[in-house]
Design a protein around this ligand. Structure first.
Ligand SMILES: Nc1ncnc2c1ncn2[C@@H]1O[C@H](COP(=O)(O)OP(=O)(O)OP(=O)(O)O)[C@@H](O)[C@H]1O
Ligand SMILES: [Mg+2]
Length: 327
């Protein structure tokens, strides 16, 4: 069933409580699609990246080949933040007199830790990865960080659009300030000249900064449209048949519904196998109690169970074994 989903969608997100198996199941699903002949990109958005641990090899911010048909990468928001700040800083330098460079750099350095900066950078990278990989890959699979973080991420494109909107407005004010400074004659090279009907001042108002912000806003809006398009994007919640993961799944499901994100199924991982002795049988009975709560709260949701494996899932062969169970 997970393979059917992987065959019919373009973008899949895997989310859920910490430690339930998001990385394992998202990787197995990606591998199942690659086995079926698809080209798949597996992307970790979790700052505590664990794709590298799963495949027991370093995986960086650029795609690396895991096996035929499967590439993987771990998003690095830090790298994006630096790139973005550098772009802003050099644009500001071009607009301000050199004696203000020190102030500009101080301001830019402070905004490195501004609220939202990390998430904005992560979203921007997600948007880039989707756009850059859209034509090259049949499927892009996102392995996300534990629940709270992911739910926030899904509504963030909207919040970020509002955030960039605010910055654009502030930018307009700053542009007026720069204009005022110029009018005081501090920079005579910035005189008001007319080129093709528009004054230089007008052209400057459409400053580079504004373009950067507009470009980001456009990216966020576009990402939001992609996430909300249920024909191509779907969310899968992974959980264990235990009390807290079940409660957190119900909560995450609600949050995602409110964010207009389509949830295609719930994957109950690490289920106690039957015919494995009394202890496992008792576990199974306990699990059924929690799964009853789950199905009563989310009666419409499809469910897919995956059994607890006897060994840790590490390395291509182990993921491959799980992938075969998804076909
Ligand atoms: N079906 C399974 N059977 C046995 N072990 C499993 C199974 N699924 C996952 N595991 C093991 O459980 C541990 C956690 O799995 P995983 O890293 O995929 O979870 P996660 O939800 O991505 O965790 P985090 O929230 O920390 O990112 C790993 O050691 C993994 O090998
Ligand atoms: Mg993980």
């Amino acid at each position: 069933m997970l393979l059917d989903l992987a065959n019919s969608k373009k973008i899949l997100f895997f989310g859920g409580k910490g430690g339930v198996g998001k990385t394992t199941i998202s990787s197995a699903t990606a591998m199942a699609r690659a086995n079926a002949g698809g080209k798949v990109l597996l992307v970790s958005t979790d700052p505590a990246h664990n794709l590298g641990h799963l495949f027991d090899r370093p995986i960086g911010s650029q795609p690396v080949r895991i096996m035929a048909g499967l590439d993987a990468l771990e998003l690095d928001p830090g790298e994006t933040i630096e790139k973005h700040l550098k772009e802003i800083s050099s644009s500001l330098h071009k607009m301000m007199p050199p004696n203000l460079y020190g102030e500009v750099d101080k301001h830019v350095a402070l905004s490195r830790d501004a609220p939202g900066m990390h998430e904005a950078a992560l979203l921007e990278r997600m948007a880039d990865v989707i756009e850059e990989g859209y034509d090259d890959y049949d499927l892009i699979v996102f392995d996300t960080a534990p629940s709270g973080h992911t739910a926030r991420l899904m509504v963030l494109p909207e919040m970020m659009s509002a955030w960039t909107e605010g910055l654009i407005k502030r930018r307009e004010k700053a542009d007026r300030f720069a204009e005022f400074v110029r009018e005081l004659g501090q920079d005579s090279s910035m005189e008001d000249k007319t080129i093709g009907g528009a004054t230089i001042k007008e052209q400057e108002r459409e400053s580079k900064i504004r373009q950067i912000l507009l470009r980001r806003r456009h990216k966020f809006t576009h990402l939001r449209e992609r996430i909300a398009n249920e024909d191509e994007t779907s969310f899968i919640i992974v959980l264990a048949a235990e009390r807290l993961p079940v409660l957190e799944t119900i909560e995450l499901h609600d949050q995602l519904m409110q964010a207009n994100v389509s949830i295609s199924c719930l994957v109950v991982n690490k289920r106690a196998p039957s015919d494995s002795g009394d202890f496992m049988e008792e576990r199974r009975i306990q699990e059924e109690v929690h799964l009853k709560t789950l199905s009563e709260s989310l009666p419409e949701s499809e469910r897919h169970d995956i059994y607890l494996q006897p060994h840790d899932v590490v390395g291509i062969a182990a993921v491959q074994k799980l992938a075969k169970q998804l076909e």
